[in-house]
Design a protein. Structure first.
Length: 714
DNA sequence: AAAAAAT
């Protein structure tokens, strides 16, 4: 039989790609380390796949119905905490089509190439996923426990806009009650406190101890990360150790100049003049006080003065302070101070934040301060190399600043041990308590020992955190340092009523003003589109959203901070917490989803006592919605009807008619491309011209940096 | 709709 010699068995997993090359697969041991069972056979017979139509996944609605009924059937599932995330194979059983992914891949990439237009020319390498992969990503979420979230959105679509809020509240409450009823909750509490905890811990991290984190040396995807990391290697040596440790990609990682951020950078000129008690009077150790003084930070902001004493005393704290009012130090200083008293090398502090950029920023602020106390900080976030993060845990790290996904990843792998954590912080706590984040946050809070200190901070801390507070906080004290104002007094608000045909040119006029501007849009594609329209109009603008690779995100944000790209077109990924100096105007091209989003977006300007303007564009059909949002955000502003080339717009915002020629893609790329290497040493196998990664020269930033390198090396 | 993990 000729087929005897075939390397491919007729049954079982397919181990080669279409081109015959070997697939990168986790070994059995690696699968086991992740808690997966042995790999199963490859889904349904091919003929069946074709009958359904390749590449056509069943409509998500069907899958949802499927999931829901399954969940209802297994109503007690919540009781087994370690089983809360269904086993992978289990999930695949529920949704048999997923095993066909490998067969669909070729078609997907065809579609991608055809579908993506000019953006592809320069963006391909930086763009992590196209629409189709994004759909996949959504599938991933669906597989998890996101029923409630979807539920909510489906209903929301049908809802009348004006009733939306109330209904959402109602649904959230109902969902919570259904799923985490009181009895259930109490049991969960008991488990956390009891001896059971160790059992759960081990169960949720199977085989962790046998393997140790070394096993990840062979993880296939790390090679991809590493080749990108190659570009950074030399610079990395010059960076502080914690950045080397974390594989940090912020600002300087991709060699856009990185300026330390947030409160640590408050300009001494604008900082409050010394009056009243200083940080020392709040009970902070002198090492910290001196470190702060060295950064010209001498007088606590109100939120800091309010929260630090209670947090130092070990109490659970809910802190609400206006955007840009120094919340990071509000939780960071007391956390570090309290940890300074204990043994080093065990993870005792965790800070959870909703976005990677914010994680970097918080790590940036806390790391030097921690250093003065002999504490170490690690940044744990997705999109960055695993190695440094794993290494940090191997060596022992005191404080973890993390986005939830990667932290849970590392927990599951047994790399991150959070069982000795004493202080847990939720930054942007209301957002972290949102339906989208809650399951992940809950997992972390369930892992961390019960009874530890919990600090919840946000500019919009509202009842949305109620569940978290009830379940995880003990007799919390609340500090609201708002002076009753939703937004800071140095912020000016405008609502412009625009005609659809003129919206684009008005956007360009406003964005063309002097100074740094953040433009907010609703969707990732919208961000790409608006940014490219602005460049078309001669305004240097770049898009920032979660659909970009982390490297691309870092570069554009770095370019924005450096001022080379003065206009940042962003999704709400940049709405919260991100601090960039001297953003003088926030332009909302799409209205925010809710009043809280309005406040957070607006809060990118007028930070730390500075001034800023907030402009919201409203199309005719958005008029009422925007009026409501603005009012609920506590802002008193009347909408003004404006047209393109309107003197009033110019006067109010400093807008200018764009007059420069369109910005070529390659000129834009040059600004945000990975910077030219300075040293001349040539790395074998590194990224060079016509490099090993099969990318064409069409990716301009790439060939450009290649040329630059060649010059410098010569 | 966005965000957050990824072979």
């Amino acid at each position: 039989m000729p087929s005897k010699s075939s390397s491919r068995p007729t049954k079982g997993p397919k181990n080669t790609k279409a081109d015959g090359s070997k697939k990168q697969r986790w070994s059995a041991a690696e699968r086991a380390a992740r808690g997966h069972g042995p790999r199963r056979g490859g889904g349904r017979p091919r003929s069946e796949v074709e009958a359904t139509g390749p590449g056509r996944a069943p409509r998500s609605v069907d899958r949802w119905d499927d999931r829901r009924s399954t969940d209802r059937a297994g109503a007690g599932r919540r009781d087994d905490r370690e089983e809360r995330r269904p086993h992978r194979d289990e999930r695949q059983e529920r949704r048999p089509y997923r095993d066909d992914r490998d067969e669909r891949r070729p078609e997907r990439s065809e579609r991608r190439d055809g579908d993506r237009g000019r953006a592809d020319r320069f963006d391909r390498g930086d763009r992590r996923d196209d629409r189709f992969e994004r759909r996949d990503r959504d599938d991933r979420f669906e597989r998890r426990e996101r029923d409630d979230r979807r539920d909510r959105f489906e209903r929301r679509d049908r809802d009348d806009r004006f009733e939306r809020r109330d209904r959402d509240d109602r649904f959230e409450r109902r969902d919570r009650d259904d799923r985490f009823g009181r009895r259930d909750r109490d049991e969960r509490r008991d488990e956390r406190g009891g001896d059971d905890r160790d059992h759960h811990r081990r169960a949720s991290r199977p085989a962790a101890d046998q393997h140790g984190s070394r096993r990840f040396e062979s993880r296939p995807h790390r090679f991809a990360e590493r080749s990108r990391a190659d570009d950074r290697r030399e610079r990395r040596e010059d960076r502080p150790e914690w950045q080397q440790l974390t594989g940090y990609e912020g600002g300087d990682a991709d060699q856009m100049e990185w300026t330390p951020t947030a409160a640590a950078e408050v300009d001494p000129g604008t900082a409050v003049v010394v009056e009243g008690p200083g940080f020392a009077d709040l009970g902070l150790p002198s090492a910290l006080v001196n470190a702060l003084a060295a950064q010209q930070i001498t007088t606590p902001f109100p939120i800091q003065a309010a929260t630090i004493p209670d947090a130092l005393a070990g109490r659970d704290v809910l802190g609400r302070g206006q955007t840009g009012s120094g919340k990071t130090l509000g939780f960071g200083l007391p956390m570090l101070s309290r940890l300074a008293g204990g043994a080093r090398g065990t993870t005792r502090g965790v800070v959870l934040v909703p976005t990677r950029e914010l994680a970097m920023q918080v790590a940036d602020v806390l790391s030097p301060l921690a250093g003065t106390l002999g504490l170490s900080v690690v940044l744990v976030a997705g999109g960055m190399a695993y190695g440094p993060q794993l290494k940090a845990f191997d060596r022992g790290v005191d404080v973890v600043v993390a986005t939830p996904g990667r932290l849970i990843d590392l927990m599951d792998q047994g790399a991150a041990d959070l069982t000795a954590v004493e202080i847990t912080v939720l930054d942007e706590a209301d957002h972290m308590a949102d339906l989208g984040f809650l399951p992940d946050v809950r997992r972390v809070l369930d892992t961390v020992p019960a009874g530890g200190q919990r600090l919840l901070f946000s500019a919009t801390l509202d009842r949305g955190v109620g569940t978290v507070v009830r379940e995880y906080l003990d007799d919390p004290v609340t500090h609201e340092v708002d002076s009753g104002q939703a937004t800071v007094s140095t912020m000016a608000h405008h609502v412009f009523q625009v005609k659809p045909a003129e919206k684009q040119s008005i956007t360009a006029e406003v964005a063309n003003r002097e100074g740094r501007t953040v433009v907010f849009v609703r969707t990732q594609r919208g961000a790409d589109r608006v940014a490219s329209q602005l460049r078309e109009a001669g305004v240097m603008a770049g898009a920032l959203h979660g659909g970009l690779t982390q490297g691309a995100r870092s570069r554009i944000l770095g370019a924005f901070k450096a001022g080379t790209v003065p206009v940042l077109v962003a999704t709400d990924v940049a709405a919260r917490g991100i601090h960039v100096d001297e953003v003088s105007l926030v332009l909302q091209v799409d209205p925010p989803m809710g009043p809280k989003d309005y406040l957070h977006r607006a809060g990118r300007t007028a930070r730390a006592g500075g001034e800023g303007q907030v402009v919201t564009l409203a199309l005719p059909h958005q008029r009422r919605e925007v009026a409501r949002l603005v009012k609920q955000a506590g802002v008193k502003t009347m909408a003004v009807d404006v047209s393109a080339d309107d003197e009033r717009v110019y006067r109010a915002t400093g807008a200018r008619k764009p007059s420069r020629p369109a910005i070529e893609d390659r000129d834009y790329e040059a600004l945000i491309a990975p910077p030219v290497k300075v040293r001349s040493s040539r790395r074998p196998g590194g990224r060079g011209q016509g490099g090993p990664r099969g990318r064409g020269p069409s990716r301009g930033g790439w060939s450009r940096s290649g040329r630059g390198r060649a010059h410098e090396g010569a």
